[in-house]
Design a protein around this ligand. Structure first.
Ligand code: ZN
Length: 479
């Protein structure tokens, strides 16, 4: 890294400023707090290779280069904690790693490249057979293979990502806000609240249409959704699965629901080979235009963040928070949308209907409710995949209707914003362009859409981070 000995010109000063703020960029972009309130510097020489370490005792796992010690090549029981090597004084946080590198590495699953993180398929063992034969004819071949390989042994015991939800990214960022408050002696840090109109959190229900049975069930499914006054999105496979007449797409749009693209032909080969991916991406992009779709999800949540920008969509929904039950392991460990280049990634944060009903054979709302409560508590986005193909029968439908009932209840009682992926995308982009500036003796939000935005404050209470929305007064919850 070059050392700037002397600042000779405004240009150079601007460049240095950029370098200094770059490492805090992801945190500032997430909170939309005033840039000059958050200053970090990397201390010492970073290790050549990235590795795992802990940040704080709340279980935030990091994957990055580190100057304090050699980070672990694989996840172990007791990862070393980097907190003891951080100094926060004089308004600057001195950290022995690059926080933006650590956050990006988790969000984009770069930790899966480590020797200990390499994706392993499920070990062969007990097959979850009960219920499998009943639904087999509805399942795509890839899902059948996955079910056949699936073993329930120890799947939820992994230390990282954590089941049933991993919020390492939020914890890293929260720790840095805490340190900012301490280092600057601030009572509170102002930021632009995460959701419009002061909503506590966001929720979206999405439907991946897998087969002709699912396609034909869509009108009934829209009736069910409408009964709860919840509009949803339909991800449609453009090739090879079923015919996609324009009238079908038009009906979804006309009723106020959303059409997105689901893979190309759902053969699970989309990311196998780069040349083939390029070819398929072109076709997918063309379908995006002709289906008037702004969003995308790949088959079986297969993904490669490095290739995502070849897909010309505003948002992608193929990244799970924790992927223990999906064929491709990993997880982005956040409950918030984030940008990968120009594409907004809206992660899947709740267990899929398929995994809940057919892998775990759980027909209760328990696990969904647990995940919902955890995400509400962190003010993130609660997102669901419900396949029309898997809920044509009464028993499965009952579970889904209970979920919709629960969401509509939370909309009334907890300030949950239940909305479409397209609305989440629009809001998050608009918010990303807003700025929080000093105005008189207070703060003001500038930018398009600001009438729906709220100023919020982060402060410390008993060493816990607490958020308050300005015109509400009361604490909305701890982070
Ligand atoms: Zn699918």
């Amino acid at each position: 890294m070059a050392v700037v000995h002397e600042i000779e010109s405004d240009d150079m000063r601007a460049q240095l400023e950029f370098t200094l703020s770059d490492i805090s960029r992801t945190v500032i972009d997430h909170f939309k707090c005033p840039e000059d309130l958050m200053r970090m510097e990397v201390t010492g020489d970073l290790s050549e290779k990235p590795g795992f370490f802990q940040f704080g005792d709340s279980g935030a796992t990091c994957y990055a280069r580190c100057s304090a010690f050699r980070p672990a090549a694989r996840i172990v029981e007791d990862l070393r904690d980097v907190s003891h090597h951080i100094q926060a004084e004089g308004g600057i946080i001195n950290v022995p790693f690059d926080p933006s590198e650590a956050i990006e590495a988790i969000r984009c699953e770069r930790y899966m490249r480590s020797e200990g993180g390499a994706a392993k398929s499920f070990s062969s063992g007990r097959i979850a057979r009960t219920g499998y034969y009943a639904i087999r004819r509805f399942l795509p071949v890839s899902a059948r293979r996955h079910l056949q390989r699936f073993s329930l042994r120890d799947w939820n015991k992994r230390a990282f990502p954590r089941w049933p939800l991993d919020t390492s990214v939020e914890q890293i960022m929260g720790n840095l806000v805490k340190l900012t408050l301490k280092s600057r002696g601030l009572d509170r840090l102002p930021f632009i609240w995460f959701w419009p109109d002061g909503a506590t959190a966001a929720a979206m229900v999405t439907h991946d249409v897998e087969t002709v049975y699912g396609r034909d069930f869509c009108p009934q499914l829209m009736d069910i959704d409408d009964h709860y006054d919840i509009k949803t999105s339909f991800q449609v496979v453009p090739e090879g699965r079923y015919a996609v007449p324009e009238s079908y797409l038009e009906e979804i749009r006309r009723r106020g629901f959303e059409v997105n693209i689901h893979d190309l032909n759902h053969d699970s080969q989309l990311f196998k080979d780069f040349a083939e991916f390029q070819r398929r991406a072109k076709a997918i992009n063309q379908y995006g235009v002709s289906f008037k779709a702004r969003g995308f999800r790949s088959a079986v949540l297969y993904r490669n963040p490095d290739w995502l920008n070849l897909l010309h969509f505003e948002y992608d929904m193929s990244m799970p928070n924790v992927a223990h039950l999906d064929p491709q392991r990993g997880g982005c460990c956040t409950v918030f949308p984030y940008f990968i280049g120009d594409v907004l990634e809206i992660p899947l944060t709740a267990i899929q209907d398929y995994s809940l009903l057919y892998l775990l054979r759980d027909y209760s709302l328990g696990l969904w409710k647990t995940q919902i409560a955890m995400i509400l508590d962190r003010h993130g986005v609660i997102s669901f995949i419900i396949h029309p193909d898997y809920i044509t029968k009464k028993r499965e439908q009952r579970v889904y209707q209970d979920l919709l009932e629960h969401l509509s209840e939370l909309r009334k009682t907890a300030g949950l914003w239940v909305t479409l992926p397209g609305d989440v995308n629009d809001w998050w982009r608009q918010r990303s362009r807003m700025r929080l500036v000093e105005s008189g003796d207070g703060w003001e939000i500038l930018g398009e859409g600001r009438e729906r935005a709220r100023i919020a404050f982060a402060s410390l209470e008993d060493d816990e981070l607490v958020y308050r929305i300005a015109d509400r007064g009361a604490a909305v919850a701890s982070a």
